[in-house]
Unconditional design. Structure first.
Length: 178
């Protein structure tokens, strides 16, 4: 009996860390999915967002944009004029920030990522809104795309129970592995 008890104790000691790690991983993945689901809701409710890029002097430049909703990998697309300042800024420095704010719920999402200018006809056709025709009368030539590949996302949504750290005010973050 004594040998059996010892074997059970050793087995529990050896197996428990694996079980605990798996349990923590499942909980973290569930939390990550919840944060991303709520972020999608905030983004959809906000509609427009601020696209922040850096000019040649390193100064932040902000403009309101009409984005497409995030795809399954949280990549976000925008249409723009290829001669715009933002295109030149992104070509010089691809680091951008997107800021979505849903006023009725006081929820926000911040996305930091790398932007790429895309000019392929097939992508332009996929990422086009008919309501933009007045802005781009020479579509598809006078139309480019900005593709933002997220590196990380932060979210605050009191109405969804997503709260910042009470001491540091750091909101929950999702890091995208690429």
């Amino acid at each position: 009996m004594r040998g059996t008890t010892f074997k059970i104790a050793v087995t529990l000691i050896l197996v428990m860390p694996i079980w605990c790690t798996a349990q923590i991983s499942k909980e973290k993945e569930k939390e990550r999915e919840h944060l991303l689901d709520v972020a999608r809701e905030v983004i959809e409710a906000a509609g427009n967002c601020a696209l922040i890029s850096l000019d040649s002097l390193g100064k932040a430049r902000t403009r309101t944009m009409d984005p497409f909703l995030p795809d399954k990998d949280f990549v976000i697309w925008f249409g723009t004029n290829p001669a715009s300042r933002k295109v030149a800024q992104i070509r010089h420095n691809p680091d951008v920030t997107l800021y979505y704010f849903d006023k009725p719920t006081s929820s926000y999402v911040v996305i930091s990522g790398k932007a790429i200018i895309i000019d392929t006809p097939s992508e332009k056709a996929l990422h086009w809104k008919k309501k933009w025709q007045a802005f781009y009368p020479h579509y598809p030539q006078g139309y480019s795309l900005i593709k933002v590949i997220p590196q990380w996302l932060e979210i605050s949504s009191e109405s969804s129970g997503i709260r910042s750290n009470p001491v540091t005010w750091q909101p929950p973050r999702v890091v995208f592995e690429r």
